[in-house]
Design a protein around this ligand. Structure first.
Ligand SMILES: *[C@@H]1O[C@H](CO)[C@@H](O)[C@H](O)[C@H]1NC(C)=O
Ligand SMILES: *[C@@H]1O[C@H](CO)[C@@H](O)[C@H](O)[C@H]1NC(C)=O
Ligand SMILES: *[C@@H]1O[C@H](CO)[C@@H](O)[C@H](O)[C@H]1NC(C)=O
Ligand SMILES: *[C@@H]1O[C@H](CO)[C@@H](O)[C@H](O)[C@H]1NC(C)=O
Length: 542
């Protein structure tokens, strides 16, 4: 009852305020469906719209060219922190999720007092579903998606497939990208727009590496079609990417069939930078950006992403607005409910800010700084203010601080334009008259291509950076590849950023990591990872 009342109150207020607000789009149309597609471990340089011609991603590219390529968009460097930022609108230092991932036997989860994205959207009349990876805690059921605002879930909390809260033994042996796609398509097909808008969170397992006995599981067909890629493991990785791209096409196609596409917002984003050259047994590429997944270099935190919606008035374009993962929550809440809904977030003390108006109308970003992370256990921190970025400490004893290929830029003609128009998403974009002409696509793709002169070449010693020995400072607009450490040249800027870092640090709460709980041992639970905290020891299956 309370929720219904809040919703009525909200709609009433919203309608009332509509004529005097300039949020025309929100007035004339019903609330948009929101489809948030999150790739796992996708590299910055692994999508066609970013300039690499190596892996064909025509469906993702078609959306990018018809909407906004988010060009100054940042994520957290690793899975759990990044997903916690997306769900809460808060930096991981403010939720205790700042240190590494949540391990399957840890008795912890994203704190229950935090209201999360689907819960906010449900209050605005949405129905929320999740397909795929959760990774924000499952040791007790109350931490899992069905208890946190989602109406259905096919996917996994930790490692085993679930259908809702049940272990989905019947899904064993199926290809995860297919399982996630099937559920997504079903949710869209079954959605009744008359009952309100849909929020669908599609959290792929792709293109994360799998079990060590087969780290890059891809169909032989998909691998064969990519035989131009010489490096075999890179070719297999590419096959994971193309399977995910096809899934994006199918989702767009289903939205079109269900007549929901015109009234949808689609986000496609990676959760963190790509694991390259064997990192995590995987072969992503962030080239020419520095570093990999789980490092605070641009390769770890500058994410490949796009935003698509017919509501965006200044499109297509590369969006230069500075944006971070934490901004999605307020941005999408504003898109869903207007300024009134947004004002209700104030009490939640978010780190995120809404970029909805800035992105719709191509205005300046309300954000000027980004805390990439502070991890006092690993002794690392990074912060951006404007064009400047500070990097302190490193991970893996500095052994992933370099630049890793492949570039995939050999020949621009390798890029298959026709695929973009022929693929499912491209066809849908053409029907909506949103896919630009080839000349505009070329221009967009060029604007989204990062090139640095000396990437992979060792910088001269005076500007080299060893963050294990000293704090480094980069101008990431001039030097997106972090090759020139300007700490000595710009001591005042460095001092300013250090001061800002201290202000953030003063607000951090301790990391919530816990040692593995022996009660979580899968041998006690029919060889599954489960919500062991809900049962007394071994009582359930043993
Ligand atoms: C999931 O469970 C529901 C019943 O709760 C069932 O109808 C459905 O077929 C199951 N889906 C899969 C993919 O197993
Ligand atoms: C870290 O790297 C340095 C320099 O490369 C090396 O001398 C040192 O032994 C390494 N430390 C560890 C713990 O691996
Ligand atoms: C943050 O503060 C803690 C405790 O006050 C301190 O130990 C730590 O070194 C600080 N971290 C950074 C990056 O300044
Ligand atoms: C234990 O796992 C097997 C599959 O490995 C499954 O067929 C069986 O139903 C499970 N037992 C229980 C009690 O859930």
């Amino acid at each position: 009852m309370k929720q219904a009342f809040t919703l009525m109150q909200h709609l009433h207020l919203h309608l009332l305020l509509c004529p005097i607000s300039f949020a025309l789009v929100a007035c004339q149309s019903t609330q948009p469906n929101i489809i948030f597609i999150l790739a796992d471990d996708l590299g910055f340089n692994d999508v066609g719209f970013r300039g690499s011609a190596q892996i064909p991603t025509p469906n993702i590219d078609a959306l990018a060219y018809s909407g906004l390529i988010l060009n100054r968009y940042y994520v957290n460097p690793i899975c759990t922190p990044s997903r916690s930022a997306l769900m809460t609108g808060k930096y991981p230092i403010h939720t205790g999720m700042q240190h590494t991932v949540l391990y399957a036997a840890e008795p912890r989860g994203l704190p229950l007092d935090l209201k999360i994205l689907p819960q906010y959207l449900n209050e605005l009349g949405y129905t929320s579903h999740i397909a795929g990876k959760w990774h924000l805690g499952h040791w007790k059921r109350v931490y899992t998606p069905l208890y946190r605002g989602f109406s259905s879930h096919h996917g996994y909390w930790g490692l085993d497939m679930r259908n809702g809260t049940e272990i989905a033994y019947d899904l064993h042996g199926q290809y995860t990208t297919d399982v996630i796609t099937q559920h997504s398509l079903q949710v869209i097909a079954n959605h009744k727009p008359a009952k309100g808008p849909l929020f669908l969170y599609v959290a792929h397992a792709a293109v994360h590496s799998g079990n060590p006995y087969n780290p890059l599981p891809a169909s032989d067909d998909a691998v064969r079609r990519l035989d131009k890629i010489q490096h075999y493991k890179r070719r297999k990785y590419a096959a994971l990417v193309t399977a995910m791209d096809e899934s994006v096409g199918k989702i767009v196609e289903q939205l079109r069939k269900s007549r929901m596409l015109e009234n949808s917002i689609i986000v496609f984003s990676t959760d963190n930078g790509g694991p390259a050259e064997g990192f995590n047994s995987n072969f992503a590429s962030n080239y020419p950006l520095r570093g990999v997944k789980n490092t605070l270099w641009e390769g770890g935190v500058r994410g490949a992403a796009l935003l698509w919606s017919p509501q965006l008035t200044k499109r297509p374009r590369t969006a230069e607005q500075l944006m971070h993962m934490v901004d999605w929550l307020p941005t999408l809440v504003e898109a869903a409910g207007g300024k009134v809904a947004l004002s209700k977030l104030e009490a939640a003390k978010l780190d995120g800010v809404s970029l909805w108006q800035a992105l719709v109308r191509n205005e300046a970003s309300p954000r000027n700084s980004i805390l990439h992370n502070i991890d006092d256990i690993w002794g690392s921190a990074a912060l951006s203010v404007g064009v400047w970025k500070l990097v302190q400490g490193s991970h893996y004893n500095g052994s992933w601080d370099g630049w890793y290929g492949p570039a995939g830029l050999r020949n621009p003609h390798d890029y298959n334009w026709q695929l973009v128009t022929k693929c499912a998403a491209g066809q849908a974009m053409q029907q909506l008259k949103m896919l630009p002409q080839q000349a505009d696509i070329i221009r967009l793709r060029k604007a989204a291509t990062v090139s640095c002169k000396e990437a992979k070449v060792k910088p001269s010693p005076d500007i080299a950076c060893n963050p294990l020995k000293e704090i480094c400072l980069f101008n990431v607009l001039d030097d997106p590849c972090e090759q020139r450490n300007l700490a000595k040249q710009h001591p005042k800027v460095l001092a300013l950023l250090l001061n800002e870092l201290q202000l953030f640090n003063a607000t951090a709460i301790p990391p919530a990591n816990k040692p593995d709980d022996p009660r979580g041992d899968p041998r006690l639970w029919n060889h599954t990872w489960t919500n062991f905290g809900d049962y007394s020891e071994g009582k359930y299956y043993k």
